[in-house]
Design a binder for this molecule. Structure first.
Ligand code: HMG
Ligand code: MG
Length: 298
């Protein structure tokens, strides 16, 4: 059965922009984050405290966190792969952080330069320190419906990594179809396997739209009871360590779908669509939200 309310986690400023080849100035990022907050999104992933050598686009993480015009009731979060990233994020007053692991060994090595087991060992002190600082921590599992290097990924492997993150103390585990190769039945089966080990209300869906399946996959997992969805305004984005992967499912499209299903979300679709058309013009990118394009051309 469908949930009555869905919490949207807006990842556009991070996942959406991290792969942009041209430098995007901090002011544009801040203006985008401001518009997203004004549109009613309550959870915005604003930055990523990763190595600037690995992801140059996120090098201004400090300036972004310090420059936020905070909207009441909005959580501004950031990725923190290790203690170095966490300490920097805490200094900037981050509300929440996230660690990111993978269900694929090869992807883990390409993305964070260590094995899956090593990554979990590395996350333990990050979680401990975040807890000390009273900052909530979210966990990601990448490649839950396929890996750019290994191909098929067993649902049992996804469940194992998700469970490890949950048991370590991540309050929520977001399941990433990093390369967007999933289809609805596969998404359902994967979720069923994970939900045997981690309670459904602790899980989120983070689907990329490379093959145009993200909305269909979301419909499938909503039916199973998923009530947290990650999305990116205008469908911006892609992972720098997953060649060819396109952006996340577009936030505008998710909101339109939820409206049709009568599921509450708290977002103002007009304002969100305006933010999407503004940012795509600002950075010279196509707007990949069908609903966003339809609404802004009316
Ligand atoms: P490493 O090279 O193994 O780390 O990288 P290291 O500890 O040996 O450090 C190497 C250098 O990086 C040192 O600098 C460190 O100081 C620096 P040097 O001495 O060479 O000048 N460094 C840092 N600098 C800033 N912030 C830090 C930091 N840590 C070390 N936190 C590391 C390991 C994890 C750092 C690296 O692999 C990395 O930054 N990876 C990030 C990859 C990334 O951001 N990927 C995209 C996000 S994940 C994603 O998009 C998927 C997701 O959306 C879900 C889905 O779709 O599936 C979440
Ligand atoms: Mg992603």
């Amino acid at each position: 059965t469908f949930p009555t309310h869905v919490r949207l986690v807006e990842v556009g400023p991070r996942d959406g922009l991290q792969n942009e080849p041209e430098a995007i100035d901090t002011g544009t990022k801040l203006a985008l984050i401001d518009r997203l907050g004004a549109a009613g999104l309550t959870h915005i992933e604003a930055a990523s405290f990763v190595s600037p050598k690995w992801v140059p686009q996120m090098a201004d993480h400090r300036e972004v966190m310090h420059g936020l015009r905070r909207h009441e009731g909005v959580t501004y979060s950031a990725l923190t792969p290790n203690l170095k990233g966490l300490e920097a994020a805490l200094e900037c007053g981050v509300d929440e952080v996230a660690v990111f692991g993978a269900a694929s060994e090869a992807f883990s090595r390409k993305n964070i330069n260590c094995s899956v087991a090593e990554s979990l060992e590395r996350f333990a002190p990050v979680l401990e320190r975040a807890r000390e600082a009273n900052v909530r921590i979210r966990g990601y599992v990448s490649c839950v419906l396929g890996c750019p290097y290994e191909g098929e990924i067993a649902p049992a492997r996804v469940a194992e990594v998700a469970r490890a993150l949950h048991e370590m103390g991540c309050y929520e585990v977001s399941l990433g179809d990093t390369i967007g190769t999933g289809t609805p039945l596969k998404a359902k089966r994967m979720l069923e396997a994970v939900a045997r080990d981690v309670p459904m209300e602790r899980l989120g869906a983070h689907f990329h739209d490379t093959y145009g399946q993200a909305l269909a996959n979301l419909y499938a997992v909503l039916e199973e009871g998923i009530a947290v969805i990650d999305s990116s305004v205008a469908g911006l984005g892609g992972c720098p360590y997953a060649k060819g992967a396109s952006g996340n499912v577009a936030s505008e499209d998710v909101v339109y779908l939820l409206d049709g299903l009568g599921i509450a979300h708290g977002v103002d679709l007009e304002k969100l669509a305006a933010a999407g058309s503004w940012v795509t013009r600002a950075i010279g990118r196509p707007n990949r939200s069908k609903a966003g394009v339809a609404l802004s051309s009316r």
